[in-house]
Design a protein around this ligand. Structure first.
Ligand code: IMP
Length: 194
């Protein structure tokens, strides 16, 4: 196992850092937060966005780092807001999504997270998803973004916003991507890592 490697998480989102710190602690991998505003291209593909952001962040920092890009995909809205989740969350927010969904019966949705790791030579991606549905009202004050309107399928009917961080991270899209990434870190020789 590769214990000496420190992984840098480039993000401006402290909610994401808290989730990643829990997983990496469990996996016994040192994690450092690189607080930065990432450059994002406009694309319909989360993976493309994450890869671009990771490569740009590496050019800026020259450290083995990863970024994570996530989005909420709503079936009856043909995947909206998807890659535009951040903008939608900042503008119309949860109230706007609920309004758009007011006449919609099938409330199926999923969160997807893509991690892109870049060491200046290679860029690798790791993905995770969690299925669920959009609630009829805003519920809960925990978490961030769409947490108060997302009810995970594997839960007990509460939204992510009604769960504490450990309940959410047990099943979240981000956790799933982070665990795959952590497995890779642990099984990779440090000479290949840097
Ligand atoms: P980005 O990955 O920072 O571009 O995030 C996209 C947007 O999706 C965020 O601003 C949140 O609004 C939303 N989002 C991503 N992951 C989560 C999550 O775990 N819970 C709630 N909202 C999320």
């Amino acid at each position: 196992m590769n214990k000496r490697v420190t992984v840098f998480f480039a993000t401006g989102n402290i909610g994401k850092v808290e989730e990643a710190e829990r997983i990496f602690k469990e996996e016994n991998i040192p994690l450092l937060h690189l607080p930065m505003k990432l450059l994002e291209i406009q694309s319909d593909d989360l993976e493309e966005i994450a890869v671009f952001s990771a490569q740009k962040a590496w050019e800026d920092q020259e450290k083995p780092l990863f970024v994570e890009d996530a989005g909420l995909f709503i079936k009856e809205l043909k995947g909206f807001p998807g890659p535009y989740s951040s903008y939608v969350s900042k503008t119309v927010s949860n109230e706007g999504i609920l309004k758009l969904m007011s006449q919609i019966e099938d409330r199926s949705a999923y969160f997807k997270a893509v991690i892109a790791f870049c060491n200046g030579k290679n860029t690798l991606t790791f993905k995770g998803e969690v299925k669920g549905e959009i609630s009829r009202e805003i519920r809960g004050t925990h978490g961030f973004g769409f947490d108060p309107i997302f009810i995970p399928e594997e839960g007990d009917g509460r939204t992510f916003g009604e769960m504490d961080i450990s309940e959410k991270t047990a099943i979240s899209h981000r956790t799933r991507a982070l665990r795959k990434f952590a497995e890779w870190v642990k099984s990779t020789d440090s000479s290949k890592f840097i």
